[in-house]
Design a protein around this ligand. Structure first.
Ligand code: AVJ
Length: 333
């Protein structure tokens, strides 16, 4: 298939896609962020750096682990309530998926929705996005488009290329919203309402508060895949930045913080050690940590409080029998 290789902003059509919009997302500067993060009092690094090729494979493996309940629980929740969710969404929706990745979670919606008019996939990783969206376009009669963007930045969609929708449907599964602090989640939701316009709906997957033992087990799996996923950040520092460090001096440390209602992941120094990068030395005392991720868990009242800070209104919510995960349908009318 022929693809134009010089893309500036909007190209329509683009191979099998109705359009490709490149918003040139900030991919982050790993070196600069490592140095800034290691210079802070509580050493810290953004979870976006987990997802290089190896890290994405490890994450994929995490989602198949029995102890990591969110992926399967959400899938079962969507499928068990598909008829009722689809009816609540209504006909004529154009789907906009945030962080579409391999576009694996969209099939039941694409096939089940009543007269959908289009599917637009958004992701930060350009090549992967074009590949997955093109595969869907080639297997569907629906017009498909792709937007390369970061969901922390505002997105304005092009007009008059896709067939006119009755309303947009934002789709953000996987509880990825949990990586954001509640204030940032509210900002994200406000922005999504602006992107999708009046009359839009939004289907959001959110991980709920539950027995801390279940949460702790999900982020400390027996096979050590989550540990490898976390320690991969140190491999990346060695391989990509030429950092001088001893991986064996660090261990995976993940725990549920009751006060913050979140899982925190850290890399903890087993003994006093150092990371040398760019001729700068960053020392760790024994037990000191590099904070690598937060994964916020919500209760229904706290979700309602979150939505109340945004233009969205909670139209309907579905949970699994154990009450572990929620599918929220929001509406901005
Ligand atoms: C992709 C952000 C939803 O927070 O559960 C899985 C990432 N980290 N195991 C999550 C993750 C450790 C995941 N999210």
């Amino acid at each position: 298939m022929e693809m134009p290789d010089l893309v500036t902003d909007l190209t329509a059509p683009y191979g099998p896609l109705a359009y490709f919009l490149d918003l040139h997302p900030d991919l982050g500067d790993f070196r600069a962020d490592v140095i800034t993060g290691l210079s802070a009092k509580q050493k810290t690094l953004s979870p976006k750096y987990f997802y290089n090729e190896h890290g994405s494979k490890l994450f994929q493996k995490i989602t198949t682990l029995k102890q990591y309940y969110p992926t399967l629980t959400e899938k079962e929740l969507f499928l068990a309530n598909a008829d009722s969710i689809i009816e609540a969404i209504g006909p004529g929706a154009a789907i906009f998926e945030y962080g579409s990745g391999a576009s694996e979670k969209i099939e039941w919606l694409l096939n089940g929705l009543n007269n959908p008019v289009a599917y637009v996939a958004m992701d930060i990783s350009k090549d992967h996005l074009i590949e997955s969206a093109s595969a869907i376009a080639n297997n569907s009669t629906l017009p498909v488009a792709a937007v390369c963007a970061d969901f922390h930045a505002p997105v304005t969609l092009p007009e008059n290329i896709l067939p006119t929708e009755k309303h947009w449907l934002g789709f953000f599964p996987g509880s990825t919203i949990g990586n954001m602090a509640p204030e940032a989640a509210a900002t994200f939701l406000k922005r999504s309402s602006e992107t999708l316009g009046a009359g839009a709906k939004f289907l959001l997957g959110v991980d709920l508060e539950k027995d801390p033992d279940v949460l702790n087990a999900a982020y400390n799996d027996r096979e050590g895949v989550t540990a490898a996923f976390n320690l991969n950040l140190l491999e990346r520092m060695k391989n990509e930045l030429g950092a001088d460090l001893n991986i064996d001096d660090f261990e995976h440390h993940a725990f549920y913080c009751e006060k913050g209602r979140r899982i925190e992941m850290h890399l903890r120094a087993k003994r006093a050690t150092e990371i040398m990068v760019n001729e700068q030395t960053f020392s760790f005392e024994e037990g000191e940590t590099l904070h690598t991720e937060n994964s916020h868990k919500y209760s229904v009242p706290r979700l309602e409080k979150l939505f109340a800070q945004t233009p969205w209104r909670l139209e309907k919510m579905w949970t699994d029998p154990k009450g572990w995960f929620a599918a929220c349908l929001l509406s901005n009318t």
